[in-house]
Structure formats: structure tokens, C-alpha cells
Design a protein around this ligand. Sequence first.
Ligand code: NIG
Ligand code: FE
Length: 431
Amino acid sequence: MSSWSANDPSGKPVAGRTAYLILHNTSEVVTPDAEGREILRFPKGGVVFRDGRVLEVGPAAELSRRHPDARPLNAGGKLVTPGLVDCHTHMIFGGNRAAEFQRKLAGESYAAIAASGGGIQSTVNATSAVKDEILEKTLANRLERWRANGCTTVEVKSGYGLAPKREIRLLELMSGAAIRVPVRVHRTALLLHALPAEFEGKREAYVEEVRTTTLTEIHRRGMASAVDVFCDPVAFTVEECRAVLTRAVELGFPVKLHAEQMAHFGGAKLAAELHARSADHLESATAEDWRALGEAGVVGVLLPAAALTLRQRLPEAALVRASGARFAIATDFNPGTAPAQSLMECAALAARLCGFTASELLLAVTWNGAKALGAEAEVGHLTPGAWGDAVMWECETLEELPYWMPAVRPDTVFMRGADLALPAVERRVWP
Ligand code: NIG
Ligand code: FE
């Protein structure tokens, strides 16, 4: 069992971790295998949890015979999967940009809105106007909503601070929020998102400040488990991103990129060159980019809510399959391009927009999402030794998961083998 450290909110203790129980009377248990190669289906399957981890998965009748002392938990004929992994969110922010969405629908471009004082900069202003306690509480509420929607592991990026001190503030508040809720939180420092107003006309100085001061401080304080950048014509160039990410790699950080979002720009190739954990967005990526990601073992992360909001296209399933790359799906939850609160809803959209199968989609929101976070040894599957993070869904078959809209909801969410009460999802989380 891993020890708990204040720097690793994902490793905090959770009530019930010593329980020994068997989940039985499922319609089926469906999970990726430990290597994320295929989806295993156990009709009338069961799962045995012990000390917070999965002890065994298989036919429930057999497991019940072998574990007579385990506390039985009746799944009521429902589908059980691993807890979902949302590997890309920008959940810590103040305000919203609903008015900006109307401008977008009327035809104004993302770049034009940003240039006129909207966009990321307006969320940076709104975020710095929110008091620490409120921002932390709001993030905790959002994480609870994600858990109620089936996510047991959630990545949260900074990025609405921009100035070094404000980025560090967001990373600090994330660990405060993570300690309040039974969700594994992966903190990512999104360090090149937009040029802060005070560095107007001083791009080089900003990149240098991020590369030296900000990165060094975040590293010294163990505040993030990965570093991200926005590589795009509306944000930072390939060279600027390379400068920051190369330093991050030297410091031992895994890296990831927002790549090929607004235009084809070279971010996917940079991700492959640096063996990034993931390259995210990829709306403008080519088949060659996808092949490069596949060869380098970089997960391609698709964000259907952002693509829809900006009225962009996602790749066809056939293109992704032919590339040999793994793909994950995430919400990208943020106030500008993806006010999307349900990861399963995003998977249901990807089914329709790209043509992925139910098995591919389950892999995309579990094992592949975990791989994008470097957490695939521990989460994203229900195989012996993995954390006992699981969801019992209000449906019976794997095929129903991407089928229903709005997305099918969890009946019960297990964290470390413990059935913890779900929050009332109706609670308002928008301050
Ligand atoms: O993932 N692309 C960069 N970041 C966000 C959008 C940020 C914003 O508009 O606030 C995204 O789409
Ligand atoms: Fe994003």
C-alpha cells in the first residue's frame, strides 16, 4: 500500500479502506485488462475488494465460494466498470463565459474574442477576484459532481493564473480541495496558456520567467505531477513550448501539450519528440501526426465538448485505429470552450461524432485516461492489485454506456472498495 504524502493528494486515506467485500449479482463486470489491451467482460461477474484494492474479478458464483467471509454487496443486476478517469480538465476558475458563447455562435472567432479582452484573460481576471476559500470550496464541489458522474480520478490543470504567483496559488488551492473529497486528483501545472497583461510585448521574458522561476518553484514544492502548455497560433509557438517543456523534462516532470487545436501547428510532433504523456485536442491533427503519436507511445486525448463548442471536427475512428495510437476522451471542463460536466456524456458524443465502439470508449475513459496521467498501474481497470475504484451504473450492458443521452448515471461509486455516499448532484456549483 502506498504511503500518504501531503504533496500527493491522490494518495490520501479514505474511509473504508480496510473493508473485505464482494460485489455480486451484477449484470456484468466490464474492465480493461491490466495492460489496457482489451476489454474483458464477465457476465454475472463479481469483484472482491480487500484493503482498498481489487483482490479478484471473475464469475460471481465462483468468487462467492472462494470468499465466504467477504461482506456481500448486491449490485441489483447492474453493470459494473472501473471508476472513470477524466484526464483533462481546467476545473479551477471563477466566473463563466456564457455571454462569450453567444458571440461565438454569432460568428466571432475564438481569437477575435480573446483579442477584445475576452477569452482566457477574462477568466484570469474573474479567478483572481474570487477569494481563496470560495475557489477551493467550488473546486471541491465540482470534484464531487465529477464523482457523482462516475469519475474517481480527475486531472485538474492550473492555467488561469498566468503570473507565477497566481499559478502557484491555484496549485495550492487544488491540494486543499483534493483533501476535502474522496476523488484522486492529479495536479497539472499548465504554464504557457496565455501571455499575461503585465508581459505585453515581452513574450521572451515571460517564457524565460516560466522556464526558470515558476518551474523551479513548483518543482521545489512538489506541487504538480505534470507540466502542460498551449501550443497554438493563438497561444505559444513550438519553440516557446519546447523551451519550457525541455526544462520540465530535465526537472523530471512528465509533460503534455494542448496541440493542433485551432490550427495545424506542430504540437503533435513536439509531443512525439518529447515522449509526452499525452497530446490533447488534435482537432487539426493529420494522419501522420497520429502515427507519430502512436510510434512514440503518446496518448491522443480527444475533447468532444471543446470541438463542438468551437464547431470543429473530430477525427474518424478509422483514422485513429489505423495510426496505432491510444486515444483517451476527456471533458476539458473550462469556461471558454468546454462547459461539460459529464465524462460519459463526452464519450456518448464521441461515439456519434467519430464512430468509436462501446469497448473503445470504455478504454478511452478508463485505462487510456489513466495512461495519459501515468496512473495506469493503479487505476483505470479492475484487475488484481488495482485500487478498488468502481462504478455501478444505472444500466445493464456495456453498449448502453455511450447510448443514452443525457448519459447514464452511476447508482453507486466505490473508492478504494468503499461505497461512499454520493453528493446531491443538484447542488449549485457555479458561484
Ligand atoms: O482546452 N486550449 C486552451 N485551453 C482551453 C480553453 C481555455 C479557455 O478558453 O479558457 C481548452 O480548450
Ligand atoms: Fe484544455
